[in-house]
Design a protein around this ligand. Sequence first.
Ligand code: IMP
Ligand code: MG
Length: 169
Amino acid sequence: MIEIYISQEQIREKVVELGKKISEDYQGKEILMIVLLKGSFVFAADLARAVDGDVRLDFMKVSSYEGENSTGEVRILKDLDEKINGRHVLVIEDIIDTGLTLTKIMDVLKGRNPASLEICTFLNKPSRRLKEVDVKYSGFEIEDKFVIGYGLDYDQKYRQLPYIGEVVS
Ligand code: IMP
Ligand code: MG
């Protein structure tokens, strides 16, 4: 059974709020949103439409960590189409858990010399953090629980749910 943890209405309000902040902060600048596949695609679709400005989109897919091994490397499974040097890059993430994946991605992106580089995550589980990440925009801070829906999966299932849910038995 799935219990609703964050409702569609709460999500809608939060996305509007984030969109407003981002629109103000990037006034007059082109924003290159980098969508981390697959989980972030739903949030990114909503967020991009909530931002009033010059938004461009590109997509990246990396292999995620298995376990909590901080010595592991992420592999780029699909790289960006766009060059990012000199551009204002906003990385869109579904959820930050240990922070290991995003730390590696940020290192890769920093090395490509963007004009600015920030993170916007829909969910954040700070209690699970193994690597500090500097998150500029964060939707909801949640407890240490496994959630699904709104792009997030359990074994590739539930990504299409319009709310954030928790699987309960
Ligand atoms: P980490 O921050 O390197 O631990 O990895 C974060 C990634 O793990 C996210 O992008 C998700 O793909 C996945 N993840 C972490 N917590 C959850 C969850 O509660 N539900 C679904 N996926 C999760
Ligand atoms: Mg992910």
